[in-house]
Design a protein around this ligand. Structure first.
Ligand code: SAM
Length: 359
């Protein structure tokens, strides 16, 4: 019997994640879409994504741009190149730019603060950062420079799995949950998320991740399927030894990802939820639209110049990699309108807090 929606505790969420009956799942899709419409409306907000550097000091077992990944050409965009992308985002009508990178210490406190100030002064766009684990002093400086939001996926709420897939740097302890809470105190809107189907992720762990989104009242929640990169320990034959036992390992497929999006909408009705590039990668034809009709209300079209995009390969076959910013804009607009939704206007921040939300 379907678990229902009244008391979505960890056990009920786990039940829904394991549900396979398509008629029963229709109830979940309908409810997620109803809650999405009621709480964040029909607008789909577009965030222009700028992948500013693929340098990274970390060795996360899942990520194709990890420090020791073989055969990568590394790049770091200049201030002027980043600003030009931000201008493109403004010209294309986006309300936000997201600056994302590997964890790159050469993106210094001063450099990033200066870029934030310049983007704000020239475009007035909301600025989201996704630059990995950084010191409180860096985060404060960037907030003071005008940054509005920060995305930092906690990747898994299970401490043992986290330590296995996301090794700490020597002499430090990686604690993404702490950074998220600190950033909230500093006034950032905080974004987080997980990959679905990472080896070692069980149904109970994934249900716990969704409860953690609710417990932390996360403002933006990105979930996509784990996509194995052959450049990583979780991408080759050795990955088998990381898997949970049969029946407990979560698959990294589209259906499970969509269940996570829908359940996340139910437990965090006012959060901003992107329909992710990873979802579009496993289903180029319909992935974005399915995400948007099962709980999501955000898309993040890429505005990175194509010559850099191809080098930001966190997993193979990434969607939209050869398109220009203009092409991504047209494609997203068609997809949004095809499902009867509207293009968002303004910054589209978290309802009731941050840099202005309203639909
Ligand atoms: N360095 C920053 C950080 O770690 O937060 C931002 C960039 S990182 C590449 C952005 C996200 O990509 C990660 O949080 C992770 O969830 C996702 N990612 C990395 N490797 C992936 C893979 N193989 N499949 C799917 N998602 C992946």
């Amino acid at each position: 019997m379907a678990p229902g929606f009244d008391a979505l505790d960890r056990a009920a969420i786990r039940g829904w994640l394991r549900e396979t009956d398509s008629t029963t799942l229709e109830q979940l899709w309908r409810e997620a879409d109803r809650v999405r419409a009621g709480h964040v409306g029909d607008q789909v907000h577009l965030r222009g994504l700028i992948e500013i550097s693929n340098h990274c000091v970390r060795s996360c077992l899942y990520c194709g741009i990890r420090a020791c990944a073989p055969g990568i050409t590394r790049y770091r965009m200049s201030r002027d190149e980043i600003l030009e992308c931000a201008r493109d985002a403004a010209r294309l009508g986006y309300g936000t730019v997201v600056m994302q990178s590997g964890e790159d210490p050469e993106l210094t406190r001063e450099f990033v603060a200066d870029v934030i100030k310049a983007i704000k002064a020239e475009t007035g766009l909301a600025v989201t950062l996704s630059l990995g684990e950084r010191s409180d002093d860096d985060l404060l400086a960037w907030k003071q420079a005008g940054a509005d939001r920060f995305l930092l996926r906690f990747e898994t709420s299970d401490p043992a799995l986290y330590r296995r897939i996301h090794p700490s740097l020597p002499g430090t302890l990686s604690d993404r949950l702490r950074q998220l809470l600190r950033m909230r105190e500093m006034g950032y809107e905080i974004g987080s998320g997980v990959m679905v189907g990472i080896p070692g992720q069980t149904w109970s762990i994934l249900a716990g991740d969704i409860c953690t989104f609710r417990d932390l009242d996360i403002d933006m929640i990105g979930v996509g399927p784990f996509l194995p990169s052959p450049r990583t320990p979780l991408g080759g034959d050795a990955a088998a030894r990381f898997r949970a036992e049969d029946g407990e390992q979560v698959p990294n497929d589209e259906l499970t990802t969509l269940k996570v999006v829908a359940l996340t909408r139910l437990v965090c009705p006012e959060a901003n939820l992107p329909s992710t590039t990873a979802l579009a990668t496993i289903d180029p034809a319909r992935g974005r639209e399915l995400g948007l009709t099962r709980g999501a209300n955000i898309v993040m079209p890429n505005v990175t110049p194509p010559r850099y995009r191809v080098l930001y390969e966190i997993y193979p076959g990434k969607a939209c990699i050869h398109e220009t910013a203009q092409m991504c804009r047209g494609c997203m607009e068609r997809r949004i309108l095809s499902i009867g939704r509207r293009l968002g206007t303004g910054p589209g921040g978290r309802k009731g807090r941050g840099v202005g939300i309203e639909n």
